[in-house]
Design a protein around this ligand. Structure first.
Ligand code: GAP
Length: 451
């Protein structure tokens, strides 16, 4: 069904991201690496701004959440305890004819894989699809010089386990009392069978995860609290509230560790439609109990005033930094006509706090002292905001170039500027131009960025 409200912008976005230096295919000069992407100069700033907002909301602005940066490589027993060695699997089928691989539950497969009637969705041959076999999504590598089964380690498929194994270290070193949380941002790796849709599902990605440790019995209250907090955070990124919704997991959908789970979904438009960008999970005492069992160490909370110990329950919030970046890009992407102009424009209407460049600074023309004044303004602002100085080409073209990368303000030094020390500030979204004193520019920008 075509999504009439939000048409598919993915192809145009992929092309913009490459052209303007947001996101490139990994190892492109060698033909690319499947579903792995590199962030270019503007992309790295955008993703960092999103991660900074998360870190601020989850760690800096609260006194009940501590930060952590655990290693990607962990003891292999971690993944036995977590259930990933046995359970982090997808059913996979191969086509003997075209060699393509599919998830066994791929809706495009006609018939039962492994039977003569089953038809390959890629080459169309019948009877060439293998019976499903379980495929573990964890990447394996070897630690140390000997490549044998004793030296296998995994690239973590989620950051959460680094938090559980450090629960006692963090709690004892910070003397936090329950309820409290531990948050971290870091890379995760999954050998997805069917990755795709640009940075939506990739094999290497970044997660922003927080595990909130609570007293059993209070877990559903905290679960509801975190569900709402996390929805508010997504709205605060400037994402259209009508494109966000919750999806409650059915018993069949629940992960092996979860007692209850809601996804925050975003409408990516086109045929992709509403998809998960974040999971909020009530994980009970599954993780701490399993790690206690497998490590032989007590992973309990000691409630000294009441002279008792217990294994806390965990409410997890887990959001993909890349998937949120994609949601922000899709939400902001617009092609529109400009009143009074024959040429339209492409705009990334992203929240000013997320914009990689906050202001473009332009002399109207390359003479009469305008470039010198504009360059001085850019140098004065640069220690405070990321700004971009540009004197090349027609002014309209320079505005368009900044609209396309989401720069919220453009400052122009014109003929009047050099005589009365004023400049214009053009607003990306309203196209309104205000004249302000060059001396007040920093304060004027600060005020606009804080709106
Ligand atoms: N610790 C729980 C956990 O990892 P998940 O639902 O598997 O839960 C959480 O993943 C979030 O991580 C997802 O909502 C998504 O934003 C992101 N994510 C998961 N797999 C991804 C992939 N292959 N590519 C990009 N992001 C992914």
């Amino acid at each position: 069904m075509p999504n009439e409200k939000h048409p598919d912008v993915m192809d145009r976005l992929v092309s913009l991201c490459k052209r303007r230096g947001f996101i490139f295919q990994s190892s492109e000069i060698y033909g690319g690496t499947g579903s792995v992407w590199d962030y270019g100069p503007l992309g790295v700033e955008l993703k960092k701004n999103i991660k900074d907002r998360w870190w601020h909301a989850m760690v800096r602005a609260r006194d009940d959440i501590e930060g952590l940066d655990a290693a990607i490589l962990m003891h292999p027993r971690v993944w036995e305890a977590s259930g990933h060695v046995a359970g982090f699997v997808d059913p996979l089928v191969d086509c003997r004819n075209c060699k393509k691989r599919f998830r066994a539950d791929d809706p495009r497969i006609k018939g039962e894989p492994g039977t003569p009637d089953a038809q390959c969705p890629s080459c169309g041959m019948k009877g060439t699809l293998s019976a499903p076999r379980q495929f573990n999504l964890m990447f394996k590598t070897y630690m140390g010089p000997v490549e044998d089964t004793a030296s296998i380690v995994y690239l973590r498929p989620e950051t959460a386990q680094g938090i559980y194994v450090n629960f006692v270290n963090v709690q004892q070193s910070t003397r936090q009392k329950i309820p409290f949380g531990i948050a971290q941002i870091g890379k995760a790796f999954r050998n997805e069978i069917t990755p795709g849709n640009f940075i939506f599902r990739t094999r290497e990605f970044e997660q922003m995860e927080m595990q909130f440790f609570v007293e059993p019995g209070t877990d559903m209250t905290w679960f509801e609290y975190w569900k709402e907090q996390r929805m508010q955070w997504h709205r605060g990124l400037g994402i259209d509230p009508a494109r966000l919704r919750f999806h409650q997991h059915t018993p069949e959908e629940l992960a092996h560790y979860a007692r209850a789970a809601f996804d925050v979904q975003f409408d990516f438009g086109g045929t992709l439609g509403f998809q998960e960008i974040e999971g909020v999970h009530n994980r009970g005492d599954f993780d701490l109990s399993r790690h206690a069992e497998y490590s032989g160490k007590k992973l309990e909370y000691v409630d000294q005033p009441n002279n008792r110990r217990f294994t806390p329950y965990v409410v997890e919030t887990s959001v993909g930094a890349d998937r949120t970046t994609l949601a922000v890009l899709v939400n902001g992407y617009r092609e529109e006509s400009v009143p009074g102009e024959s040429e339209g424009r492409t705009v990334l209407a992203i929240h000013p706090s997320l914009a990689p460049v906050k202001a473009g600074i332009f002399p109207l023309v390359k003479k009469d002292g305008m470039p010198e004044m504009a360059a001085r303004i850019a140098a004065d602002l640069r220690p405070h905001f990321p700004v971009f100085y540009d004197e090349a080409g027609a002014i309209g073209r320079r505005y368009r170039r900044q609209d396309e990368v989401g720069t919220p303000f453009c400052i122009t030094v014109d003929g009047q500027s050099t005589s009365d020390n004023t400049v214009t500030i053009r607003d990306r979204d309203t196209l309104a131009q205000d004249r302000v004193s060059a001396d007040q520019l920093r304060a004027a920008l600060q005020e606009r960025l804080a709106r």
